[in-house]
Design a protein around this ligand. Sequence first.
Ligand SMILES: N[C@@H](CCC(=O)N[C@@H](CS)C(=O)NCC(=O)O)C(=O)O
Length: 360
Amino acid sequence: MNAPEMFQLQISRFIRAPREKVFDAFVTEALLSQWKSPRGMKVAACSVDARVGGRYRVEMRSREGTTFTVGGTYTALNRPERLAYTWQWQGENPMAGFETLIEVDFIATDGGTELRMKHSGFPAAAARDGHNQGWSSSLNRLNDLLDARGSAATITLLGDSRSSYTRTARMGLAEKGVAYTLQPCAPHSPEILAVHPFGKIPGMRDGDIDLWETSAILRYVDEAFDGPSLTPGTIAERTRCEQWVSAVNSYFYDSMVRRYVLQYIFPKGEGGRPDRAVIDRAVQDMTPQLAALERAYAKSGDFLAGSTLSFADLFVAPILAYVEAFPEGATLLSDMPNIRRAQAVIRQRASFTTTQPQQG
Ligand SMILES: N[C@@H](CCC(=O)N[C@@H](CS)C(=O)NCC(=O)O)C(=O)O
């Protein structure tokens, strides 16, 4: 009888830290507790007996309070070159009782360590792929811990500071206090097309993980990091928030930015002037949209969904800042005291002041 087919995972990562430090982060309780769970989870408990034959145990806890416990035995510890240990999920886990093996080589390279990991013995490709996601996210956290640049070493936002959607994502990152690297790039450039199949900005990378669509990027940032939640607490507020995000994506961006603001910035009319007919049609569509926002802010106060800032406000604020900068938009908004009050509040926030579009 043939042996059952086994699946294995190979990951390699460059970490800007000496290999002793990287090695120690794998076998030291205080360090493991800071990175050995995917983003959005926490290490609730951790114990390590770092010698061949010694055991370790890591208890990870999700935001919802579910606990995932893994443990195993060290089979090789050659600091700082090589580490091997078994890996077995415990408790109610589809992989419970099934032992896999992790082998890690730490190779000194220019300015840091090349980490080469093999995780072998998976009974199915799906189990291997699930672990790949978990490792990618945990290794991002290891990077945050060991690289002086913190999460800016793994998180890159690709976009243009003048883009309202890019600003929404940047404001979300700032509100959560997450460090990131902004990689300036234009829509449809090869850099963004490598992340976003339709070439729109922004896109985001966190190590091996990439994402596109601003609301998905914000969701990732909100759930992967501590800091104030950008998602309202009650179902009524959460769905209200989703409603405004959808309104921006489905209606407001098209009329207010694409057909109105951009007609002033990149005029397409005769003699290089803004096309009056395009502007008039856009203003016609914007009028009831702004009126709906005005009624919403009159009712809800400074924020569109709930009593604190949410995705909804982050989507709306960069667009209104542009609309107000052009004559018809300024006239419409001058009659809308509730929008102006709420915008005055959001414009005080560091997330708004530090993400002003760079012209040029
Ligand atoms: N639904 C997308 C929209 C992104 C989007 O339209 N971005 C604009 C810049 S603000 C863009 O890339 N425009 C270029 C184009 O449409 O070709 C998101 O939420 O990220």
